[in-house]
Design a protein around this ligand. Sequence first.
Ligand SMILES: Cc1cc2nc3c(=O)[nH]c(=O)nc-3n(C[C@H](O)[C@H](O)[C@H](O)COP(=O)(O)OP(=O)(O)OC[C@H]3O[C@@H](n4cnc5c(N)ncnc54)[C@H](O)[C@@H]3O)c2cc1C
Length: 480
Amino acid sequence: MPSDSFDVIVAGAGLAGSLAAAVAAKNGLKVALLDRNKDDEVGKKTNWGWVCGDAVADSHIQYIKSKLDISFDYPELDVKVDGVLVLSPDLEYKVPFEGSGYVLNRPAFEYKLMKYAVKCGAEYMPQFEVEGPIIENNYFVGVFGKDKGMQHREIRAKVVIDALGVATTLRRKLPENPYVDKVVDISDVESTGRYIYDFDVDHQDERFYDPKNALIHLNQEWAPGGYGWVFPKKGTRVNIGIGVQRQSLEIRNMKMNKKDTLHTLMDQYVQNNPVIKNPRLFNDNNNGKGYWSVAVRRQLDCLTFNGYLGAGDSMAMPNPISAGGIGPALISGIMAGEQAVRSIQSGDVSVSGMWRYNLEYNQEYGKKTAGLEVFRTWMQSLNNDTINYGMKVFLTAKEAEDISYGRIPELSITSKAKMIIQGVSNMNAFNNLRYVVKKMKVLNDIYENYPKSIEGFTKWREMVKAEMEEAKSKFQPNPM
Ligand SMILES: Cc1cc2nc3c(=O)[nH]c(=O)nc-3n(C[C@H](O)[C@H](O)[C@H](O)COP(=O)(O)OP(=O)(O)OC[C@H]3O[C@@H](n4cnc5c(N)ncnc54)[C@H](O)[C@@H]3O)c2cc1C
């Protein structure tokens, strides 16, 4: 094999990429792992750093451990949390979400995964800027880009794994095809930003800072179409930020006669936190402040093309209601690596030959996300008063938690049809919730029946599209 020829190219050494490379290399394949960052900055998403809330459920860490001989500890697991708590805008109700987990030291976590991939035999190529795919006969057969010395370079492989994150250049340069979408709708993308701060505790108030829990604030004024978060780190350090939907922000500004931006809202969010006194940017690795985007829709309908597998944010995998993309990236990275091994062994790297990856990801995580996308769209159509009322009256904490896992609390919702709801807008919101829950069930059933082979895909996709379009046309962003 020539030196620039590999079995697998993994583009992007973030979470999904390093794990995909580790799995493929561990199974004896010749693997190139490319990332634009320097060795000691592996996984850095942008010049702004490793921009993320860094909260991950323990179940996702356990998933990696069940698949690979790797263990995790401090410092990469910065702090353990009992769970994620979602607070209503009036701060009176708290709903648990996703169970216990960790807030990561992201640079350390990424470095550990990359080192593990290298230990498994992957060749890591830092400072390689991937510029596009090499496509022959409608198959991905490699990538081109600029290497460490800024030289144009082409690298070839039987399979290319796209783990370049949300701004992936590879997916955008796919040939026209009926499987993988090249573009994600802007209304399904959150603009996000966060700081990492050391601070003095002004006084205890667990609605604003809880060293044992990751807090999420739903509030259409503070973070229109998204939410704010305060995630504890070691000592009195926090990862604090907000995500907003662009259209919701515009509406909110218009109705409030304001000109806020993501940046001004982030600063207000910190300033308005009464527990955080004297915040000091914790800027190790130049990672104290940053902005980036996260897609909050169902993962792309198909995750593979001829010679191509996508994993993590490149496939819009973050959870539509929490924007949690670390778990999906870890899961899909491992599965994409496994699929590359199977397809190369069988000699079939066509879409059809790699179809099993779609099925496995769908079964492990993906099947709940279309329903959650509908739930998210409904949430974005509610103002603070309705969210307050809904969190108090519509759902028990257990039911809300069930929804976060994609489970449908069917019976209790039906029984609540008899309860007395005050106000027309609350009644409308409740009726809409019943519609949403029904639609979630329909979508979950459709995803349970994800096509076993490529043949059924077009028809299946039309069904999904019809359901999504109907649901989304019902709810428009309406933060105020
Ligand atoms: C502000 C914010 C907060 C978030 N909070 C959370 C949270 O608390 N919990 C959670 O679970 N998820 C969260 N997410 C989502 C989570 O960060 C992502 O889902 C996760 O990082 C996806 O991992 P990935 O490996 O797919 O992609 P990435 O982490 O984006 O990694 C992609 C890698 O590819 C490299 N790369 C990109 N383009 C090129 C190129 N052309 N050439 C070479 N290299 C390239 C990048 O530099 C990077 O190293 C958040 C996201 C944001 C933006």
